[in-house]
Design a binder for this molecule. Structure first.
Ligand code: PA5
Length: 446
């Protein structure tokens, strides 16, 4: 079981000398991260989390998951950004994007509070219907509008359906240890709570109760997830760029950025990894996109997107590079059938597994893109299982931290996210935003 990295597809775009010229800079970034002396150093709790997580809470997560499994047919997970993306990613990657549609013993899991669409919320309410459900509301600040609205709706529904006392036994909150509106509500109402550690920012929390509770409810082996993260914690703790593939990835990203390739495409060949791409986008965009700097992270789902954006990748503006996530073993196999008439001319593939075709699509595409002027890096895993999920999450988190430090920004805050919130609150008429409201309305009327 391993995660491997290939930078062969970067030959001709960057030299070994250019890469290793960054050695000292990378050592400095590594030390700043590990010694907690870099920018945003109060939010680096994720670095040693795979070893130092709260074992008592971990046991409590398993107990709560068993309780949810026994009392509910549906779990509603409420959260946005870092309080939702990792959890969704884990289920899709380890289980399947069709988890809810599958025959299984564990509850269906739906995500709400990650948008402000009434149509979406009504769809989920209709899908839940009369079934028994529990809620896991996740918000570090406890004040984020999107999950707060959804929680209000589902809490009232629970109380109407089961009464206040029983509803309280069906609400599980993952939030700050001590402060925030949600924490206060939980203390008042007696909801079971799990902690989002003070020193871990939202997008780095998937390996905390944020991600682990829903994973456990879905029957994911969360010990194996943590074992994968522990492997990565050890494996990618080496300061030396030559020995650390995670740092090589971060350093190459930075090199491409300095050469004007300011967009990274994270490509995959498995629909089970589509939401991993969504998680990756948040991780890197919120971590790096500051002070007018940073790579813009985008994703591509191949071979699907080869028939949409493939043309652009091959021949459009040359300002991006590609990082491919490749999984060697498919979750299940399909053998291409023989056909007497061979009307589609596919009999040369009869008897071959689809993964064989997928692997040739991957190799052929990579070489075509390299020929078209797109540097390629490959992150390869053996399987899409718990262990590899934990390892991959840590690999990318570490790469995001080092990437941010190479850019000399604070990778662990997200001040820019406040701008839209302030305008939204002003336009909604929240007390304290009167002046901004008048200014915005004047601009909108022009
Ligand atoms: O990474 C982050 O910090 C953000 O994406 C948050 O997770 C997101 O804004 C949700 O915030 P909260 O958990 O406070 O509701």
């Amino acid at each position: 079981m391993s995660i491997t990295f290939s930078r062969q597809g970067c030959d001709g775009f960057v030299t070994e000398e250019e890469l290793y010229a960054l050695k000292q800079q990378v050592v400095h970034c590594h030390q700043s991260l590990h010694d907690k002396t870099g920018k945003g150093n109060d939010f680096v709790g994720w670095v040693d989390l795979p070893e130092e997580y709260d074992k008592a809470e971990f046991a409590r997560i398993k107990q709560a998951a068993a309780k949810i499994q026994s009392q509910s047919q549906v779990l509603i997970v409420i959260g946005i950004g870092g309080s939702y993306l990792g959890t969704k990613t884990a289920l899709d990657f380890i289980k399947t994007p069709y988890y809810n549609e599958k025959n299984k013993e564990t509850p269906d899991i739906y995500f709400v509070g990650n948008n402000i669409s009434s149509a979406y919320l009504n769809d989920i309410l209709e899908i839940v219907g009369e079934r028994d459900f529990s809620v896991n509301v996740i918000s570090k600040s406890g004040t984020t509008t999107e999950p707060a609205i959804a929680f209000r709706v589902f809490r009232q529904l629970l109380e109407k359906k089961y009464g206040k006392a029983e509803a309280a036994k069906r609400i599980f909150a993952t939030t700050d240890r001590a402060k925030g509106a949600l924490k206060e509500m939980c203390d008042g109402e007696g909801y079971e709570t799990f902690v989002i550690p003070d020193d871990i920012g939202g997008r780095f929390t998937v390996l905390t109760a944020v991600g682990l509770l829903a994973m456990a409810v879905a029957g994911v082996d969360i010990d194996a997830v943590m074992a994968g993260a522990q492997y990565a914690h050890k494996q990618f703790a080496e300061a030396d760029l030559e020995k650390n593939i995670c740092y090589q990835y971060a350093a190459l990203r930075y090199l491409f950025y300095t050469k004007g390739k300011t967009i990274e495409i994270l490509a995959n060949y498995e629909p089970h990894m589509t939401s991993f791409g969504e998680w990756y986008k948040q991780l890197f965009a919120e971590s790096e996109g500051k002070e007018q700097k940073g790579l813009f992270p985008v994703t591509a789902n191949f071979s699907t997107d080869l028939h949409s954006i493939g043309q652009f990748i091959q021949e459009g503006g040359r300002y991006f590079f590609e990082t491919v996530l490749w999984c060697k073993e498919p979750k299940t196999t399909v053998t291409i059938p023989f056909d007497e008439k061979d009307g589609d001319g596919l009999n040369f593939l009869a008897g071959k597994e689809m993964q064989f075709v997928n692997s040739k699509a991957f190799a052929g595409t990579m070489l075509a893109h390299i020929d078209g002027g797109v540097p390629n890096m490959v992150i390869e895993m053996d399987k899409m299982d718990e262990w590899h999920f934990g390892a991959l999450v840590y690999f990318f988190e570490k790469a995001a931290g080092i990437s941010g430090y190479l850019l000399d920004i604070n990778p662990f805050d997200q001040p820019g996210v406040e701008a839209y919130k302030k305008n939204m609150f002003a336009l909604l008429g929240k007390v304290g935003y009167e002046q901004r409201k008048a200014q915005l309305e004047a601009r909108l009327q022009k």
